[in-house]
Design a binder for this molecule. Structure first.
Ligand code: ACM
Length: 275
């Protein structure tokens, strides 16, 4: 009963940071599910490509590890998790759609329904593996809570978070495999400039494959609309963090008696000089 009363206003949002072994989907999945078995949450965000690893040698290798949205062992086991926890579970995976490959994230709802976002801004060598996403940015409404998704390098384009916030997102879920050092702090700005909660779920470790090497910086964070870091996981640890928030805090864009950061926008002056 107490939980039901609390749940009317607060949501338990959680982030998980991992260190996958490249290509070992079952192993990586089991590790996450074991670690999460004792935890409770209403919304969980896992990293980009969390079960496959990141540095595909070529698109044939990525295709062999990819799933159709809503199919495959990763989806099936995370749908069980979503149902058993009565929670939304968001995770990154390589998506096969016909003969196209996308770097995607899936939001699984507690009833097993799902929504798929395809990464719009591809980073570096991803361009040799995936196609730029075609779903666009969109907002999912579940029990009055409005959630948007973007993936990793989308952070470098402030339009991504802005588009989601203008569409009504209260919580931006951000599966990531961060390489560049600036993102954790940039996400403070993304939260602040849009007055939204952000959840960046990253990974740690290194991958060296096909003559390429990547180091991942960890530093997963949950950030409040006022820019305060509510939870963080370090740059060498894996693990889980959860905080309880009131998503309605993200609806009030007023920051002074005379300033509403959305109503004060002057879009007619922003795009005129676009080349
Ligand atoms: C990235 O977009 N995974 C760096």
């Amino acid at each position: 009963m107490l939980r039901e009363i609390i749940r009317e206003t607060t949501v338990r949002i959680a982030v998980y940071q991992n260190q996958p072994v490249f290509g070992e989907i079952e192993h990586n999945l089991n590790r996450v599910l074991d670690d999460l078995s004792e935890h409770q949450f209403d919304l969980l965000v896992l990293p980009e490509l969390f079960a496959t690893g990141y540095l595909f040698a070529d698109s044939a290798e990525a295709a062999a590890l990819a799933d159709t949205a809503g199919e495959g062992v990763t989806f099936t086991r995370l749908r069980e998790l979503a149902e058993s926890k009565d929670a939304i579970v968001i995770y990154g995976f390589p998506e096969k759609k016909g003969d196209k490959l996308f770097n995607s994230s899936l939001a699984i709802l507690p009833d097993g329904g799902f929504h798929c976002y395809q990464k719009i801004h591809l980073f570096d060598t991803e361009k040799a593996i995936f196609l730029p996403g075609e779903t666009g940015f969109f907002v999912i409404e579940h029990q009055g809570v409005r959630i948007g998704m973007m993936i990793c390098f989308d952070w470098r384009f402030p339009e991504s978070a802005r588009k989601l916030a203008l569409a009504g997102a209260q919580i931006i879920c951000h599966p990531a495999n961060l390489v560049l050092p600036h993102c954790p702090d940039a996400m403070i700005t993304r939260a602040l400039e849009n007055n939204v909660f952000t959840i960046t779920a990253d990974r740690i470790g290194d991958e060296s494959r096909g003559g390429k090497h990547v180091h991942f910086i960890g530093t997963s964070r949950i950030i409040a609309p006022n820019g305060v870091i509510l939870a963080e996981i370090g740059d060498t640890e894996t693990g889980f963090r959860m905080v309880e928030i009131d998503p309605v805090e993200a609806d009030n864009k007023i920051i002074t008696a005379r300033n509403d950061i959305f109503r004060d926008r002057r879009p007619e002056y922003y795009w005129k000089d676009e080349c």
